[in-house]
Design a binder for this molecule. Structure first.
Ligand code: UDP
Length: 137
């Protein structure tokens, strides 16, 4: 059993597809172990995406992630990290496989509907960034 962190990004929250995205997880064997809606500050977003701070898109990424509320979740299930990445689809929605969350709900490579941890190690760090132990049930 693994846990991974998922974020429904501001574009998808604005579009009103929180429920549709959650349905993809629950219909594919990922259980919601924790969930909350939050408005990230600039500092939150910069810290969360610190690995990308040298990338040219970092400033825009922080601006986008703070442009409205997000929904953060801990998803739990067998191979949860890989399963979530599979359900999300490629970073660029134009390259995302049909039927994936990004193919169906994302606008562009930056406003791409969802975040998902890319390894078990990062999942642990990202989960601890957002949730206290008692919030994960
Ligand atoms: N991103 C962007 N421009 C790019 C590449 C990435 O704005 O050229 C943003 C996009 O929102 C992406 C995030 O930075 O989801 C993190 O990038 P990563 O390569 O880790 O993609 P992911 O793991 O989210 O698929």
């Amino acid at each position: 059993m693994e846990q991974t962190l998922s974020i429904i990004k501001p574009d998808a929250v604005k579009k009103g597809v929180i429920g549709k995205i959650i349905d993809r997880f629950e219909s594919n064997g990922l259980r919601i172990a924790a969930m909350k809606k939050v408005q990230l500050s600039e500092q939150d977003a910069a810290e969360f995406y610190a690995v990308h701070k040298e990338r040219p898109f970092f400033g825009e990424l922080v601006e986008f992630m703070t442009s409205g509320p997000v929904v953060v979740m801990v998803l739990e299930g067998e191979n949860a990290v890989a399963k979530n990445r599979e359900l999300m689809g490629a970073t660029n929605p134009k390259e995302a496989a049909p039927g994936t969350i990004r193919a169906d709900f994302a606008e562009s490579i930056d406003a791409n509907a969802v975040h998902g941890s890319d390894s078990l190690e990062n999942a642990k760090i990202e989960i601890a960034f957002f949730f206290a132990k008692r919030e994960i049930v």
